[in-house]
Design a protein around this ligand. Structure first.
Ligand code: FAD
Length: 300
């Protein structure tokens, strides 16, 4: 992978800071306890289009030290993105906003940390530029319009999957949003690792030249998302000893794949990392909230 261009000039946008902490509510002790999440504020330092619809952002600065360094290859951060028209600047007083200006609450969006650079105190995130105009999303638009020097608040990193060196075989299944996590997983595998990777993309020109062990077959499925379900159903999954599975796609497809992997093929659930990365027709806030409802459950 060639070195990333780092912008030489750091511009900052002129945004008006807004007072959001006016507190007329009861003293803290009387409020219900909330889980505090530290916000790390990083600066946009580089931006590279690595395929027509995948944008790599390099984020760094002092805020890097505030991140919880997670060694998992699917490590992810939660970006907080305020409406530019609000004038809000990170870090955000989330409790104050929730109580006094809920309409100004920043959107929370999840992105895989594609690469950590502890020495330079940088992370890279790869953002899918899905949809266009109004059909696009808050995060996709933010990434597309980001300028060097822009500041972004985030929390994390969470994450729990890493290819185990002791695994006899790997099966990785993803769509465009999972490409960063799959790429990081492939790079971490031992040279003698064996397995299959299936990645569905809407457009052929978004394929990437991913580094992978020679014993791991990398297959790009170009077209409908359902291609993944048919392709996985056609795999020989009888030998499950030492099989480790990673499966993260759109929610409806994730549910179908869970059936194929767990119910039909009988792979023990503990050998599978499976969850939806996004849901068709849902903004992420709604998708995350629905995890508490039957429609949002992947496991029965
Ligand atoms: C653990 C985890 C890691 C993730 N890692 C990455 C990552 O590294 N890179 C990445 O790009 N995404 C990643 N995602 C997915 C990303 O969080 C969602 O795609 C998110 O909804 C994007 O936010 P948005 O503001 O652009 O769109 P939203 O405002 O959330 O959604 C707007 C509309 O776009 C649709 N939409 C959302 N995402 C997609 C998509 N990928 N393709 C087509 N339509 C979509 C929604 O259904 C909705 O109709 C990850 C998700 C999780 C849970």
């Amino acid at each position: 992978m060639p070195p990333l261009p780092i912008y030489e000039t750091l511009l900052s946008r002129n945004m008006v800071s807004m007072q959001t902490t006016t507190d007329t509510s009861p003293p803290p002790a009387a409020r219900p306890a909330r889980r505090k999440q530290n916000q790390a504020v990083l600066e946009v330092q580089g931006k590279t289009r690595i395929s027509p619809r995948l944008l790599r952002l390099t984020l760094g600065g002092e805020g890097y030290a505030e991140l919880n360094r997670n060694e998992s290859t699917d490590a992810y951060v939660k970006l907080l993105i305020a409406d530019p028209a609000s004038g809000l600047q990170p870090p955000y007083d989330m409790d104050g906003l929730r109580e006094n200006n809920p309409e100004l609450m920043p959107a929370r969006r999840t992105y895989t940390v594609r690469r950590w650079d502890d020495e330079k105190q940088l992370i890279e995130i790869d953002v899918v530029l899905h949809g266009e105009g109004e059909d696009s999303g808050v995060a996709a638009r933010w990434a597309d319009e980001a300028l060097p020097g822009d500041r972004i608040a985030m929390s994390g990193a969470g994450g729990a999957y890493t290819p185990q060196p002791g695994s006899r075989r790997h099966l990785m299944i993803g769509d465009h949003a999972a490409v960063p996590a799959i790429a990081a997983g492939l790079e971490s595998m031992d040279a003698d690792a064996v397995g299959t990777v299936l990645i569905q993309l809407d457009h052929d020109e978004d394929r990437l030249d991913l580094e992978h062990p020679t014993g791991v077959e990398l297959r790009w499925l170009i077209g409908e998302r359902e291609l993944l379900v048919d392709t996985v159903a056609a795999l020989d999954l009888e030998d499950q000893e030492g099989l480790q599975v990673f499966c993260h796609v759109e929610r409806g497809i994730t549910k179908q794949l869970r059936k194929v992997l767990v119910k039909d093929a009988g792979i023990p659930r503990e050998q599978i990392s499976i969850s939806a990365y996004w849901a068709l027709g849902r903004i992420e806030d709604q998708f995350q909230a629905e995890k508490r409802e039957p429609v949002g459950k992947i496991d029965d």
